[in-house]
Write a protein that binds this ligand. Structure first.
Ligand SMILES: [Zn+2]
Ligand SMILES: [Zn+2]
Length: 289
């Protein structure tokens, strides 16, 4: 099969510095080359002031090690696959100044903002005993994250659905979701289509189809990412993600380099991708998103 030249990036992946992922950036890059990708953007969970969820992130004193690790991989794979520095930041009100300092301390190509509902600090602040209110608060926080303008893109933007999956009723939340998307569109932040959702209890990508259609209506750019916590998941379900975006009316996927957004026509993205060679043997994914 004639595949086009590499165009796509794996835009969301982790390393052992996150304490729940496996594999070095060069191992992810190797899979990226097999799958016909142009590169990978390493997006480990950012250091946060202790004691904010230390079990899923590097410490502040490991930050330099992170940057060196990405740089070393970039040098090793130069000429074949690009390895670029990114970061997945927790958005939590009160830490904006911390994030601002952190993001100006290195040259990131891509910064994800995440509202991580499974983190104990998030639950302590936002759980008030009512599931619907809790889910509503999530979408409000997502919009608040965009409004900080600290992030290029917001990760897995309906993550809350898997918190109490039996109580997920998107119809009841649609007004809140629409209001949040209006706010996100107003500041121009992109949203992610995260393929790792297919392995969760509500087995579909994040966000769900109905939300993607609302995003398309507001011209919100979409970045495809697998949220790989092991090299074998690089570009996982990218073909399905491209199909889903087309079904929702999208014509392009976006990615960020040097923190500026670029677009790839979905048609070209599909042609550039190579199917997986061997059946996938996934290791169990522990925590984290
Ligand atoms: Zn995440
Ligand atoms: Zn992640």
């Amino acid at each position: 099969m004639d595949s086009g030249k590499p165009l796509m990036y794996e835009t969301h992946m982790h390393t052992p510095l996150c304490r729940h992922a496996f594999g070095l950036p060069e191992e992810y890059a190797e899979v990226a080359a097999q799958r016909g990708l142009r590169g990978v953007i390493v997006t480990c969970h950012n250091p946060m002031p202790l004691p904010y969820s230390p079990e899923v992130r590097m410490r502040q004193h490991e930050f330099d090690e992170y940057i060196d690790m990405v740089q070393a991989a970039a040098e090793k794979t130069a000429g074949s696959v690009e390895v670029r520095l990114g970061l997945e930041c927790d958005y939590f009100p009160g830490y904006e100044a911390w994030l601002e300092r952190q993001l100006s301390s290195a040259e990131f190509h891509y910064v994800l903002g995440s509202v991580h509902t499974h983190v104990a600090e998030y639950q302590a602040r936002f759980w008030k005993g009512d599931v619907l209110e809790y889910q509503r608060a999530y979408f409000d926080q997502l919009a608040a994250a965009a409004e900080t303008r600290l992030f290029d893109c917001l990760s897995h933007p309906d993550l809350v659905k898997n918190e109490i999956p039996s109580e997920w009723n998107p119809e009841a939340l649609l007004d809140d979701i629409r209001k949040a998307l209006d706010r996100i569109a107003a500041v121009g932040t992109a949203l992610e289509l995260n393929t790792s959702g297919v392995y969760k209890i509500i087995a579909e990508m994040n966000p769900f189809r109905g939300m993607l259609i609302e995003m398309r209506a507001r011209d919100i750019p979409v970045v495809i990412g697998s949220d790989a916590h092991e090299p074998q998941r690089v570009a996982d379900h990218f073909f399905d993600a491209i199909d889903l975006l087309e079904e929702c009316g999208y014509e392009n996927a976006s990615y960020f380099i040097g923190r500026s957004r670029r677009e790839i026509p979905l048609e070209d993205a599909r042609r550039s991708l190579r199917p997986r060679l061997r059946p996938r043997k996934l290791m169990p994914q522990r925590g984290g998103s």
